[in-house]
Design a protein around this ligand. Structure first.
Ligand code: SF4
Ligand code: SF4
Length: 168
């Protein structure tokens, strides 16, 4: 994955694709989830996370209490010590997040705690969320972080343009 190229492309497309995603606030096609599923399958034929890891380099997952218990046990640490070493509590949400990026568990572009990683990481980039349109803000935010999301939204824009005249 050429992340420099991705960043340049994402910067150029962000405004247009954000405007497209906003349309879901007003118009939600009946078969949106089928279209998302079919389009998303094409995305994963072209995007390989193992050559990217940009989410781990530029974003933080949220760590639920269950995540903290599981990961700290895996590392042979007490949850309190784990939090003190790596996490901070976000003021506005109360979520536990990484203090710094890239994530401390990213080693040679691979997750060193993959089997016990946070649920948020396991679900990222959340393309299977339902209703898909409830996650507009997430996808908008992730356009500049995740090549898979950028590709999905670009392809959705094209797919919906063809099927819904006047939609875009
Ligand atoms: S825990 Fe693993 S998958 Fe999650 S951000 Fe860190 S390195 Fe990436
Ligand atoms: S989820 Fe997105 S940002 Fe993370 S590794 Fe895969 S393509 Fe890259």
């Amino acid at each position: 994955m050429d992340l420099k190229k991705f960043r340049a492309k994402a910067a150029g497309k962000k405004k247009e694709l954000t405007r497209f995603l906003k349309k879901f606030d007003k118009i939600v096609p009946d078969d949106l989830h089928e279209i998302v599923a079919v389009t998303d399958a094409t995305v994963w034929r072209d995007i390989d996370c193992t050559t990217c890891a940009n989410c781990c380099k530029t974003m933080t997952p949220t760590f639920t209490p269950k995540d903290i218990t599981r990961i700290s046990a895996h590392l042979g640490m007490k949850p309190k010590a784990f939090k003190e070493k790596w996490l901070e509590k976000e003021e506005d949400t109360g979520d536990w997040v990484n203090v710094s990026q890239p994530c401390q568990f990213l080693v040679n572009d691979k997750c060193s705690i993959y089997e016990v990683r946070p649920a948020d990481c396991a679900e990222f980039p959340h393309h299977n969320k339902k209703p898909f349109d409830d996650y507009n803000d997430t996808f908008t935010n992730n356009l500049i972080h995740c090549p898979a999301t950028l590709t999905l939204v670009e392809r959705l824009q094209k797919a919906l343009k063809k099927e819904y005249q006047g939609y875009d």
